[in-house]
Ligand binder design. Structure first.
Ligand code: ADP
Ligand code: GLC
Length: 481
């Protein structure tokens, strides 16, 4: 058996702020259990729901020196759906009401986490062949492996992979401080290793020291080799192109299945989509206080409300969009500026625009199920899971052709009838408005054609099976057969 350790800052169903958690929750279980023994390590946040915390067993604990003094490191273990989850426990670092706190403290917390992940392995009696790291929170693991832990025979030969889910966040902080906190020597803080400009950069460390690097779609892998999308690290992706590739994400097709989803009022399949969606639409309109109209085109947004997601474009087209016969349902949290945009729009268009600034799994499923189209005009998008979920629920994605959106949504071609959604290339509000009008026109004037697209969207296979195979090939290549 080949042993793989996944590590990240979030994982469904324990803790989630975005798509990273979905990936870590699904990919380990999609790997061939006969060939790979998989474990997942995340922090033991005290806000993980009690129903999981109460089932965890403490399997080891000790004190270890970190950032000036001895600190408690414990491991709590839980087997869930056949996968072993190890939670790194330290209530001082992982207490609080949200997984991320202020910037400085997050740096310290995740330096601690990286070191703890490696430190606990001998006590767990688990020596992975590969540690699969995800995003900046785990960036120092490949660095520690090849430096501080390299002399210890237990760690020799352990390989590492660094996967980028979002390059925007890199874990950047004053180099001297980062060296002091992490215990990594200042010699490592040079421009070819951990340094960007004058700061230490945890993600860069991971990208330099990992044996292989990946990101979550092929198009994003190409994009981040360019200065426009590279967030200052494009040089590394170009230099390490031979060890770097994009592998598109999947979704958990058991959780996201309109035929059996218990969170939606009316289950449906591709065959029953028209009547199913009408019922879900009416129920959502009632729930959110929108005008009850089963035939109006309803567009959904389930998203972090940030610049990345193209919120600026949406804000700009709002008056023109709302001048049409349409309802808009928004679910998201994030930048207060965009919350205000949607709050004031919901006052301007009562009964037609519903804005919900909470995090709700249930409402999100109901929006995917009720809407005819799903709006996601991202400025950049490493992969995007929301549009994959929308496809599965027959809510046609209206997306910008970037990153994973480009790789997963096939634009409608009215001449051939092909397509699974609508897309546009230029990040420009006039272009977005044009494509929105085109989607509305198709909905109202060619209802049959629209329904055909919906059925095709639902039939797309975005389960993890295909991508899990590609990860397996990469693991085999690293470990050897
Ligand atoms: P990102 O990880 O960049 O935020 P993704 O599209 O990869 O974007 O993943 C977002 C995930 O989070 C999807 O599963 C989406 O449904 C979910 N999500 C985002 N905002 C909310 C919210 N306010 N309530 C419930 N689910 C949300
Ligand atoms: C990030 C990206 C998103 C991707 C997710 C999971 O949050 O913004 O595009 O789908 O990670 O890989």
């Amino acid at each position: 058996m080949k042993k793989i350790l996944f590590t990240a800052s979030e994982c469904v169903p324990f803790i989630k702020t975005g798509g990273l958690a979905d990936v870590i929750g699904a990919l380990p279980g999609a790997l061939d259990a006969e060939k790979y023994e998989v474990r997942v390590m995340i922090p033991a946040y005290t806000i993980i729901p009690e129903k999981y915390r109460s089932q965890m067993q403490t399997v080891c604990y000790f004190q270890s020196f970190f950032n000036g003094r001895d600190r408690y490191i414990g491991v709590k273990e839980l087997v869930y759906n056949g996968v072993i989850y190890d939670f790194i426990d330290n209530e001082e670092y992982f207490g609080g009401s949200y997984p991320y706190t202020d910037y400085y403290y997050d740096i310290e917390k995740f330096c601690f986490f990286c070191k703890a992940v490696l430190s606990v392995l001998p006590s767990l009696g688990f020596r992975p062949d590969i540690i699969h790291c995800n995003d900046w929170h785990t960036g120092l693991i490949p660095v520690y492996l090849k430096t501080e832990f390299a002399g210890d025979p237990f760690y020799q030969g352990i390989k590492s992979i660094m996967t980028v889910h979002n390059l925007k966040f890199q874990g950047v902080y004053n180099a001297k401080e980062m060296s002091r906190i992490s215990g990594l020597p200042m010699e490592l803080f040079t421009i070819d290793k951990l340094l960007t400009y004058e700061d230490g950069n945890m993600l860069k460390g991971g990208l330099v020291y990992a044996d292989k690097i990946t990101t979550v779609s092929e198009t994003y892998a190409e994009e981040i080799k360019t200065p426009d999308y590279g967030e200052g690290l494009d040089g590394i992706f170009r230099a390490r192109w031979a060890q770097f590739r994009g592998i598109v994400n999947g979704i958990d097709d058991k959780i996201f299945d309109p035929a059996s989803d218990e969170l939606i009022p009316q289950n449906y399949t591709a065959r029953t989509i028209i009547s199913g969606k009408k019922k879900n639409k009416l129920a959502l309109q009632r729930r959110l206080g929108l005008e009850e109209d089963a035939d109006v085109m309803m567009i959904g947004i389930v998203s972090r409300l940030t610049e990345q997601k193209g919120m600026e474009l949406i804000a700009r087209v709002m008056p023109e969009l709302m001048a049409s016969r349409v309802q808009l349902v928004v679910l998201g949290t994030g930048d207060p500026h965009y919350e205000n945009v949607f709050r004031s729009a919901s006052q301007t268009y009562p009964g037609r625009l519903s804005a919900n600034f909470t995090y709700s799994e249930e409402l999100s499923h109901q929006i995917y199920a009720a809407t005819d189209a799903f709006l996601m005009p991202s400025r950049f998008e490493p992969c995007g899971l929301s549009q994959l979920i929308a496809l599965r629920y027959g809510s046609l994605p209206i997306v910008r052709e970037t990153g994973g959106l480009k790789d997963t949504v096939l634009p409608y071609n009215e001449f051939t009838g092909e397509g699974t959604g609508f897309s546009f290339l230029f990040y420009d509000s006039a272009v977005l408005l044009e494509i929105l009008r085109y989607a509305l026109k198709t909905f109202y004037e060619n209802r049959k054609g629209f329904a055909k697209l919906q059925r095709r969207a639902m039939a797309q296979d975005f389960s993890w099976a295909a991508s899990a195979k590609i990860y397996e090939e990469m693991y085999d290549e690293l470990i050897g057969e």
